[in-house]
Design a protein around this ligand. Structure first.
Ligand SMILES: [Fe+2]
Ligand SMILES: [Fe+2]
Length: 339
């Protein structure tokens, strides 16, 4: 690859939040910062009793579903948002994408929080080896990552890849925790997934919106070509996703239900991109237990929602001078002594 010649800038602009040209940037920033969360605040250990009741096949599916999700969130947090930041229309868009990029790192890390609670070190090692080598999982990760990593790729196609990942490809994995939540099992694990899902919902909507803004600058012919490419790419991803779903779910007998759910979400991804649905599946075709899992009041699937009730917020109070009276924990001790 030929390195582009560096052209020094002669001037740099400060970001001014008092002059926002696209109010969607501001609304999204507010939405995302309002729903900020961290994995370490969810008491996953409370799910141990439910976990022990699962047989080996179901435990395998849960562990490997989360391995797959870890890989996809890693792609987003690294190549994905780095690529999108190369093509912004406003400085506020960069700020929003910075927030999204950090949260993708939180998502990727939160599966490790779940693993460290539910799985043995040997199981965790096996899950990561599987994620880094499994054919159908690698297929989708690599297809999307190569869209991001190719500097000659159309930036609007990178946005399509992003929305397909956010709103479609995650959902074969999300099915499992939502299914258990619908059965009132693994509620804390599910709470983490719902917080992730709520973020992905905003991410998919926002990037889809930016795609639609970008499409306005294209000719009718270019727009048609983009649509043709998009539907082909979706078919290609769905074809792989079918195989991935069989691999994860045949042993527990959930495959057909998961496929309905992912077709429903593929349609939502197309909607985010301003396109017509491809599949006949609607919300009423999805397993009601899973839809129930999505819609429980704790957190919700809609763009303008509040921080989930199940998330433990710290009590916040204003700081005062006494907060700086930090006692030296080593006072009176030999500094080299070991406790
Ligand atoms: Fe994510
Ligand atoms: Fe995301």
């Amino acid at each position: 690859m030929k390195l582009e010649e560096f052209k020094p800038v002669t001037q740099y602009n400060a970001i001014n939040w008092n002059e926002v040209s696209d109010m969607i940037d501001k609304a999204t920033w507010e939405k995302l910062t309002e729903q900020f969360w961290l994995d370490t605040r969810i008491p996953v250990a409370n799910d141990m009793d439910d976990w022990r009741e699962l047989d080996d096949d179901h435990q395998w599916t849960v562990g490997h579903v989360f391995g797959g999700l870890t890989l996809l969130d890693t792609v987003q947090s690294e190549a994905g948002l780095t690529a999108l930041k190369e093509d912004v229309k406003t400085p506020h868009e960069t700020a929003v994408l910075n927030n999204i990029q950090f949260m993708e790192s939180v998502h990727a890390k939160s599966y490790s929080t779940i693993f460290s609670t539910l799985n043995t070190p040997e199981q965790i090692k096996e899950i990561f080896e599987w994620s880094d080598t499994e054919e159908y999982l690698q297929n989708k990760a690599v297809k999307i990552a190569n869209m991001y990593l190719d500097p000659s790729q159309d930036p609007l196609k990178k946005k399509v890849a992003n929305v397909f990942l956010e709103t479609f490809l995650f959902y074969s994995g999300f099915y499992t925790p939502l299914y258990y939540l619908g059965h009132n099992k693994l509620n804390n694990v599910a709470e983490i997934i719902k917080l992730i899902l709520r973020d992905e919902s905003v991410h998919g909507t926002y990037i889809g919106y930016k795609f639609q803004v970008g499409m306005r600058d294209r000719t009718e012919k270019q727009q048609q070509d983009m649509k043709d490419w998009m539907y082909n790419f979706l078919y290609e991803l769905y074809d792989n996703e079918e195989k991935y779903t069989h691999l994860l779910y045949d042993q527990v007998g959930w495959t057909d239900d998961v496929l309905t759910f992912i077709r429903y979400n593929a349609n939502k991804a197309l909607m985010n991109l301003g396109q017509d649905p491809l599949f006949p599946d609607t919300a009423s075709d999805v397993n009601p237990v899973v839809m129930n899992g999505i819609s429980t009041s704790t957190s919700n699937h809609d763009f303008f929602s509040q921080v989930g009730n199940g998330y433990r917020m710290g009590a916040v109070e204003a700081m005062n001078d006494s907060d700086y009276d930090v006692k030296d924990p080593n006072a009176g001790k030999d500094i080299n002594a070991r406790d």
